[in-house]
Design a binder for this molecule. Structure first.
Ligand SMILES: Nc1c(NC[C@H](O)[C@H](O)[C@H](O)CO)[nH]c(=O)[nH]c1=O
Ligand SMILES: CC(=O)[C@@H](O)COP(=O)(O)O
Length: 158
């Protein structure tokens, strides 16, 4: 319900430090591509709008959100990357497959961040419906990609 009361992309510009020399990796799940491409556009635009250089942002795709953890690790282990943003959309189906994917990717991304001691951001939508996804990927509830990018920037300014 909380989401319906606010635009998730509204954020304070406090603690936004200079990121002109920071290097970002963005991992994008190919499942629900229409949604994840919107998340990617939001993240990319937000990073650049806050001072990141386009040449310092690298994108890699993975088949699905379950693979975001490993894709994120392959970027997080690189010394030339300061922060990783993982973008995906897991939509509830008929079975518990949704639960297993969401749980695995949330824990996996957390483990990568702690292992490599750098921001690895959980930018994964977990809606019940496709409309809920659209609403959070550039719709009435903002763009989770924007939010993930701001989170990465703020963590780099910790
Ligand atoms: N149903 C969704 C998936 N399923 C695929 C998994 O993420 C994974 O690629 C597969 O289980 C092989 O390991 N992925 C999403 O990102 N979103 C979905 O709605
Ligand atoms: C989240 C999923 O993997 C989902 O698309 C699978 O759908 P279902 O549970 O109906 O097999």
């Amino acid at each position: 319900m909380a989401t319906s009361l606010k635009n998730l992309s509204q954020h304070s510009d406090a603690n936004i430090k200079d990121i002109s020399d920071r290097r970002f990796g963005i991992v994008v799940s190919e499942w629900n591509e229409e949604v994840t491409e919107s998340l990617y556009s939001g993240a990319l635009e937000t990073l650049i709008a806050n001072g990141a250089k386009r040449g310092n942002i690298i994108r890699k795709n993975v088949p699905g959100s379950f693979e975001l953890s490993l894709g994120g690790q392959w970027l997080a282990q690189r010394e030339d990357i300061d922060a990783v943003i993982c973008l995906g959309c897991v939509i509830q189906g008929e079975t518990r497959h949704f639960d297993f994917i969401c749980d695995a990717v949330a824990h996996g991304i957390t483990e990568v961040a702690l292992k490599y001691n750098k921001p690895v951001i959980f930018g994964v939508l977990t809606p019940e419906t496709q409309q809920q996804a659209f609403d959070r990927a550039g719709g009435k509830h903002g763009n989770k990609g924007d939010e993930a990018a701001i989170t990465a920037i703020k963590m780099l300014g910790f």
